[in-house]
Design a protein around this ligand. Structure first.
Ligand code: ADP
Length: 169
């Protein structure tokens, strides 16, 4: 069986080693999944994020999970979609790789991702899902110590897109 799974659910409820936050470059919270993670984790998360001094698009930074059931949060600012000519594909791929590198470096064996950039950042969903599963699959082949990576999709349309992308691998 593969180590990549697609589920529908709320990422703030997942008791895994690390959940990923589709953050913005300030790392000081925002809407969507970012807001949900900060609300569920409590103000200690924002306090730790303030010490990180932001993050570049495509890179990632790790914090503790505080009141979340997850042990860690890996924050990554995804690219805003500008039509595809500003390196969006490579930046999105870099988000997935950077998060998994941090997860591996911190001993995280189970990692859950939201659908990075496909909310208010408007990255086309089917294009994003193909990039995500390709990068996760490539990373897992090089890092057998990571046991499971899930895409936690908030809605059925997103889940269907990631399932299709996974089936095409
Ligand atoms: P971005 O700014 O990277 O586009 P968004 O938070 O707007 O990030 O959206 C990214 C994805 O996260 C969307 O598919 C959105 O529906 C989803 N999402 C929002 N809240 C949650 C949650 N609690 N758990 C999982 N996914 C969520």
């Amino acid at each position: 069986m593969g180590k990549i799974e697609i589920i529908q659910g709320d990422i703030t409820k997942q008791a895994v080693d690390a959940i990923v936050n589709a953050a913005n470059c300030s790392l000081l919270g925002g809407g969507g999944v970012d807001g949900a993670i900060h609300r569920a984790a409590g103000p200690e998360l924002l306090a730790e994020c303030r010490t990180l001094h932001g993050c570049e698009t495509g890179k990632a930074k790790i914090t503790k999970g505080y009141r979340l059931p997850a042990k860690h949060v890996i924050h990554t600012p995804g690219p805003v979609w500008h039509g595809g000519g500003r390196g969006e594909d490579e930046l999105l791929a870099s988000c997935y790789r950077s998060c998994l590198e941090l997860a591996a470096a911190n001993g995280c064996k189970t990692v859950d991702f939201p659908s990075i950039s496909t909310g208010v950042y408007h990255f086309p969903l089917d294009r994003a899902s193909r990039i995500a599963v390709r990068e996760i699959d490539a990373f897992l082949k090089e890092h057998p110590e990571i046991e499971r990576v899930r895409m936690v999709c908030f809605d059925g349309r997103t889940k269907a897109s990631y399932e299709e992308a996974l089936s095409e691998l």
